[in-house]
Unconditional design. Structure first.
Length: 155
């Protein structure tokens, strides 16, 4: 394909990025929707959501990797649209965190953002030949959060 051929389908490189970004979100939404719909326990639901997210971004999804590595502010011309796309996917995490039986003083927004950040950062350091699978990492991440909910930790 010639370099200019893509502009037959996309009016600009920003439009191409939005299309790729959207496809990454669709892959993540598809991977997570199927596995969490039948999980009723809130902690198990969050762990399942995290596992599906990790399996997608740590797999061969080049689209999902664009979602992880490109921040909306990196592309000012498309920033608003990229934020809207990302917000749609993050709604799944918001709902999962909102269902958790957390201590009253818990900051659910900070928890959600921290968790998504940790999951996304994994794409930069994960070793497929290492000791932890995406499933094991999801269990550890959620386990660390769950451990703080005994009411004895300080905020």
């Amino acid at each position: 394909m010639l370099p200019g051929s893509m502009y037959y389908h996309f009016p600009s490189k920003e439009a191409l990025l939005v299309a790729v970004y959207s496809q990454g979100v669709r892959e993540l939404e598809s991977a997570t929707a199927v596995v969490i719909e039948k999980v009723l326990d809130p902690w198990d639901r969050l762990e399942t959501l995290c596992r599906a997210h990790l399996e997608t971004v740590l797999g061969d999804s080049h689209y999902a990797n664009v979602l992880i590595r490109v921040l909306p502010d990196d592309i000012p011309e498309a920033a608003e649209r990229l934020r809207e796309i990302r917000e749609g996917y993050e709604r799944t995490f918001r709902q999962a965190v909102d269902q958790l039986p957390l201590v009253p003083r818990a900051d659910r927004r900070a928890l959600r953002l921290m968790l998504i950040g940790a999951l996304n950062w994994t794409a930069l350091w994960f070793n497929p030949q290492g000791r932890d699978s995406p499933r094991a990492l999801a269990k550890k991440f959620v386990g660390l959060i769950k451990e703080t909910q005994d009411g004895s930790s300080s905020a």
